[in-house]
Design a protein around this ligand. Structure first.
Ligand code: ADP
Length: 395
């Protein structure tokens, strides 16, 4: 086996991992530890098409990762033979400090910790993942790849909120974006698919998963993105509001007696498609729409309207448009969302081809007509492979 990178995405109660050969982007093994800290945990490890599943409690991230490493030894691939040259860690919030991957040392760890207030759940979990992985795999370099890095040099005009400058500076309130690793990978891959240099393309990337974000990318540089200080801003998401008048918060607090924590929960976990239609999975939403459910119909309309609005806004930010690319769970699989969100954008030069757009799309594909001025693509995102690539490129 040639050299590999172990990519770790550590959540508050989970660890996702992939062992990747970065040159070809081959996933050698992958897995997921879930329900860490609960009475019953679960670990699924996949190697050579075979799933191995464990059901047992994992007291903490350290116990979970140790069991993962045991499984590598027991069912393969043996870590001694795997040629691991680095461990790549996904870190959600790198502030404005990190514009690329960073070799983990005490300073980087301190920075990630210091940024916890900007992404409380994520950075704390990411940090924990790095700490336990460094203990268990002390002989390889660990690299942090930040979700915000691609957006760290957004133009000031796009990154700045029109908020009192002193307050904004003191509390580091600005737009950091998220999903940057995906936007970077997808915009670079899109240039390859259309066969033109990245430097000359004006692109919009629509990353539509449970969380969703749009970016405007010109010549490979991000000029704007829809997520803000946190991943709450922007597009309508599975359970998040996306853009909303902040005065709704004052209204709910003053007139509805909501606490700040309740509003946080409402906006992040009980809104979006779920808040509008009762559940957040797009497949189920379409079933409800087909059955004539008016709330589901409205949810899909609000979702598509917001997307269309961002594409139009970003065409203006970019001064024109060459490529629009869909990615992530909904972007790759949901032809209805792709069709509805692009409807009415013919004036921008966007013409979808119904046949090319049909169905779930597993490999990069053009879904616009041959005469469409803007090329519309689906490019499945590969964040883990991008993390592996960046980790190796740093070393
Ligand atoms: P995340 O990584 O943000 O959790 P994903 O990128 O995996 O999310 O996307 C998950 C979402 O993708 C699901 O909530 C679902 O709405 C959507 N999805 C997955 N498969 C399909 C499908 N076949 N058709 C429509 N939507 C799908």
């Amino acid at each position: 086996m040639s050299s590999t990178v172990l990519v770790i995405n550590s959540g508050s109660s989970s660890i996702k991992y992939q062992l990747i050969e970065p040159e070809q982007g081959i996933v050698v093994a992958s897995g997921l530890v879930e329900r860490i800290g609960e009475h019953t945990g679960r670990l699924r490890h996949t190697f050579e098409g075979v799933d191995t599943t464990l059901s047992e409690p994992f007291a903490d991230h350290g116990v979970g990762l140790r069991r993962v490493l045991d499984l590598f030894t027991e069912v393969g691939p043996g870590l001694a033979d795997a040629g691991i040259v680095a461990v790549g860690h996904r870190v959600v919030q790198g502030g404005s400090r990190y514009s690329g991957p960073a070799l983990v040392d005490e300073n980087v760890l301190a920075d990630i910790e210091e940024l916890i207030p900007l992404a409380p759940l994520h950075n704390r979990a990411n940090l924990r993942g790095i700490e336990v992985a460094r203990e268990l795999l002390p002989d390889v370099p660990h690299v942090a790849v930040f979700d915000t890095a691609f957006f760290s040099d957004l133009p000031e005009a796009a990154a700045t909120y029109a908020l009192d400058r002193e307050v904004a500076e003191k509390y580091r309130v600005r737009r950091y974006g998220a999903h940057g690793t995906s936007h970077q990978y997808v915009s670079r891959t899109a240039a390859t698919i259309v066969g033109r240099p990245l430097e000359e393309l004006r692109q919009v990337v629509l990353h539509l998963g449970n969380g969703a974000s749009a970016s405007a990318v010109s010549g490979g540089r991000a000029l704007d993105t829809s997520m803000g200080m946190t991943p709450l801003e922007g597009l309508v998401m599975g359970t998040r509001t996306g853009d909303i008048d902040p005065a709704v918060i004052f209204h709910l607090a003053r007139n509805g007696g909501f606490t700040i924590d309740e509003i946080d929960d409402l906006f992040n976990r009980r809104s979006g498609v779920k808040g509008l239609a009762g559940q957040n999975d797009m497949r189920e939403l379409h079933e409800l729409v087909a059955a004539g459910d008016p709330a589901a119909r409205l949810a899909l309309d609000v979702y598509s309207h917001r997307l269309r609005k961002y594409v139009g806004a970003y065409a203006a930010v970019l001064g024109g448009l060459d490529v629009v690319t869909f990615t992530a769970g909904i972007g790759e699989n949901d032809d209805i969302v792709r069709a509805e969100s692009m409807r009415g954008l013919e004036f921008l030069g966007i013409e979808l081809d119904a046949e090319r757009n049909a169905g779930r799309i597993k490999e990069p594909r053009v879904i616009s007509t041959d005469s469409s001025r803007v090329t519309v693509l689906v490019v499945p995102t590969k964040e883990e492979q991008e993390i592996a690539r960046q980790a190796v490129s740093l070393l």
